[in-house]
Design a protein around this ligand. Structure first.
Ligand code: ADP
Ligand code: MG
Length: 604
């Protein structure tokens, strides 16, 4: 998802009072809360001086435990210990007491309490970070979790943007930055470009199942292999897994590390060096580089175009990873900020900004990754908000009824770049009912799409003559991964020509159908104005048009040439228009005569 930075009108703040606001990095593995104190972004510590809160919640019958204290239950009571809830945000899971929104809200409540204890007052609001690829539903779920936790959400902010803010990169003239985020279980790469104070995300890529845990597993397998003994119980397995993680983390500081583990009642001791770890991890690290290169390709950039590499996520402390990135980009990555805290710090700066404590600062806004629109006649997708629109954004378009006396209308909301409804992602449907019966084309239905600053979509439809209205907040049923977004974009490019031809055909078809329907109706009332010959000619053309429409399969591959079904259909419609032009003027004369005889035109 791309980002833009725009300036916001000056906000007035009182000289001596600061509104305290917090930034929260709600992570898959670890979460943090930070604030700006005396102008400096600072992570808030819990009563044990911990900066990181493991994103783990244990549910006992009468007690909820969050964070470090919940960690022990992963081995003793795994069934009631919820980990990695973020992975499931926005998915339709059954609403038990331990659904991802509830788990996240319990983590957020805990972080809020850390903030209150540390600051001595309740913050006025919070900025919460989300992955750049989170869709409406995942953002909606995050916001909901925050509201349940009693937090006033100032804004949801993309994680890579937060990292860039923490490094103060918006203060540089211009540049292209790569944000490499390797957390506990996920990998995200984003490419940001900065130009005259405006940030834009050029590309995102990643792997939702690649992170620090996989490196732990490499060491775990290495140990079992070396000593030739496997854990015999779940507890032994979990203990060895934790030991493996400790070794991995130690190897970021030391040349080698020793593991002592008790397996099957025997004590084993083993030394692991940075070189051992390098050999083990090479292929996983290269896999992340492949994804980095993919993102560069998507952004149409090369390694030399990147001015800075920003490291995010605890796993980027691994020395082997830093070395690999240094070699690959021919320059060292930025490491002056702590990679576990950089996102929370950026969120705190943004929160401080939104709380009105700075009046010279810039605000960051996002853009939509995929177009949003609705279904129109003939199974066509009409785009309302094009992809890459800066948010918040409101766009409206007017539609009308297709049939006489139509009293209801279904609004089918779509996401994607393709021309046909079937090729787009269906987000939601709602209906506008109670439209008073009117002639086709008279009703004026204004459909408004609105995406707020957090990327949440709401759609409303109002019949302008009567004020009848209906609206919906969009909660799509499944989240999209970065791969899905990329593949939807790729398909739209691949099928662009077919899509346009199909759209043109469908439009020609809709025009032809409404022309035919209008003429058939006129024939019913006024066929006596025509000679038999004229009437036969019209009926023949109508039959030809109908045959032409019926003979086409619903998704034809159409070349647009003289023989194409669209061209034939268009020519038939033009012919029908010509042949009936005399008929139309005769009907007009009849109407005028009736008018002169004392009737109103509308009554005819
Ligand atoms: P998330 O964004 O998924 O919540 P974090 O950014 O907190 O995750 O990263 C957690 C991961 O970072 C874990 O896999 C942890 O083992 C790893 N990690 C933390 N410190 C180090 C270190 N010193 N060396 C290597 N990996 C580390
Ligand atoms: Mg993270």
């Amino acid at each position: 998802m791309a980002l833009l930075q725009i300036s916001e009108p000056d906000q007035i703040s009182e000289p001596h009072h600061r509104n305290i606001a917090i930034g929260i990095d709600l992570g898959t593995t670890n979460s943090l809360v930070a604030t700006v104190k005396s102008g400096i972004a600072t992570v808030l510590k819990d009563y044990n001086q911990n900066e990181l809160t493991p994103s783990v919640v244990h549910y006992a019958s009468n007690k909820i435990t969050v964070g470090h204290e919940a960690l022990q239950f992963r081995t003793t009571d795994p069934k009631n210990t919820m980990i990695s809830a973020k992975r499931f945000m926005g998915l339709d899971v059954d609403l038990t007491s331990k659904n991802p929104v509830k788990v996240s809200s319990d983590i957020l409540s805990h972080l809020k309490q850390i903030a209150i204890d540390s600051l001595g007052e309740t913050p006025i609001g919070a900025v919460i970070t989300v992955p750049a690829y989170f869709d409406d539903n995942q953002r909606q779920a995050t916001k909901q979790a925050a509201e349940i936790a009693g937090l006033n959400v100032l804004r949801l902010l993309n994680e890579p943007t937060a990292a860039a803010i923490a490094y103060g990169l918006e203060n540089t003239e211009s540049g292209t930055f790569l944000v490499y985020d390797l957390g506990g279980g996920t990998f995200d790469v984003s490419i940001l470009s900065l130009n005259k104070g405006v940030f834009e995300v050029l590309a995102v890529n990643g792997d939702t199942h690649l992170g620090g845990d996989d490196f732990d597993k490499l060491i775990y397998d290495f140990i079992i292999n070396k000593i030739g003994v496997s854990p015999i119980s779940d507890i032994e397995e979990a203990t060895l897994m934790i030991a493996s993680r400790n070794i991995k983390e130690a190897l970021s500081m030391e040349e080698s590390s020793k593991v002592n583990c008790k397996l099957n009642n025997t004590l084993y001791s083993l030394e692991i060096t940075q070189n051992d770890f390098w050999d083990l991890s090479k292929s996983l690290l290269n896999k992340t580089l492949m994804l980095v290169k993919k993102a560069l390709r998507d952004a149409k950039l090369t390694i030399n175009d990147i001015n800075q590499i920003i490291l995010v996520g605890g796993s980027t402390r691994m020395t082997n990873l830093r070395r690999l990135l240094h070699d690959c980009f021919h320059k060292p990555p930025l490491t002056s900020l702590n990679p576990d805290t950089v996102v929370a710090l950026g969120a705190a700066i943004q929160a401080d900004n939104l709380a009105g404590n700075r009046n010279d600062e810039l605000l960051l806004l996002d853009v939509t990754p995929l177009s949003l629109g609705l279904e129109t006649m003939g199974g066509l997708a009409q785009k309302i908000i094009p992809r890459n629109s800066t948010i918040p954004v409101t766009r409206a378009q007017d539609f009308t009824t297709y049939k006489d006396g139509q009293t209801a209308m279904t609004i089918h909301i779509l996401q994607g770049e393709r021309e046909l409804v079937d090729d787009c992602r269906s987000l939601a449907k709602f209906s506008l009912k109670g439209i008073p019966p009117m002639t086709a084309g008279v009703a004026k239905i204004r459909v408004t799409f609105q995406i707020d600053a957090d990327g949440l979509l709401s759609v409303s439809a109002v019949e302008q003559n009567t004020g009848v209205m209906s609206s919906i907040e969009v909660k799509p049923s499944f989240g999209l991964t970065p791969e899905q977004i990329t593949s939807m974009l790729n398909e739209s490019i691949k099928y662009a020509k077919d899509d346009i031809n199909t759209r043109l055909f469908n439009e020609a078809k809709i025009d032809a159908i409404s022309l035919v329907e209008a003429i058939e109706q006129a024939l019913q009332t006024d066929h006596e104005l025509l000679t038999n010959n004229e009437e036969q000619q019209i009926l023949l053309l109508i039959r030809q048009i109908k045959t032409q429409i019926e003979g086409i399969n619903p998704k034809p591959l159409l070349e647009d040439n003289a023989q194409s079904p669209r061209t034939i259909l268009k020519q038939l419609s033009i012919r029908l228009n010509e042949v009936t032009s005399g008929f139309a003027s005769k009907r007009m004369n009849k109407a005028i005569k009736a008018g002169l005889s004392g009737k109103k035109i509308e009554e005819i």
